[in-house]
Design a protein around this ligand. Structure first.
Ligand SMILES: [Zn+2]
Length: 85
């Protein structure tokens, strides 16, 4: 238990730099047609990656979620990805 807590704390201090990719690159457009980008922010199961993992800020996370949902609706990306077990 104690070990787990420690590793968590360490992650907070030295973990991956977490900054918002879109704040960093203002000319990157969050667009549902940009499938490559959308996929980056989706898990392999087709779920939207939480902002605490991707490091995206509130504002941009909202926009990504919106665009992903739009992309799903017009079937550019799947709602769920079938995995073979
Ligand atoms: Zn941002």
């Amino acid at each position: 238990m104690a070990r787990r807590q420690m590793s968590k704390r360490r992650f907070h201090r030295f973990g991956k730099k977490r900054y918002c990719y879109f704040c960093d690159n203002p000319n990157v457009k969050i667009d549902y047609k940009n499938i490559e980008l959308m996929r980056k922010y989706m898990s392999d199961r087709g779920k939207i990656v939480a902002k605490r993992i991707s490091g995206t800020c509130n504002k941009h996370q909202r926009r990504i979620a919106k665009e992903i949902k739009r992309a799903r609706f017009i079937a550019l990306v799947p709602f769920t990805v079938q995995t073979y077990r």
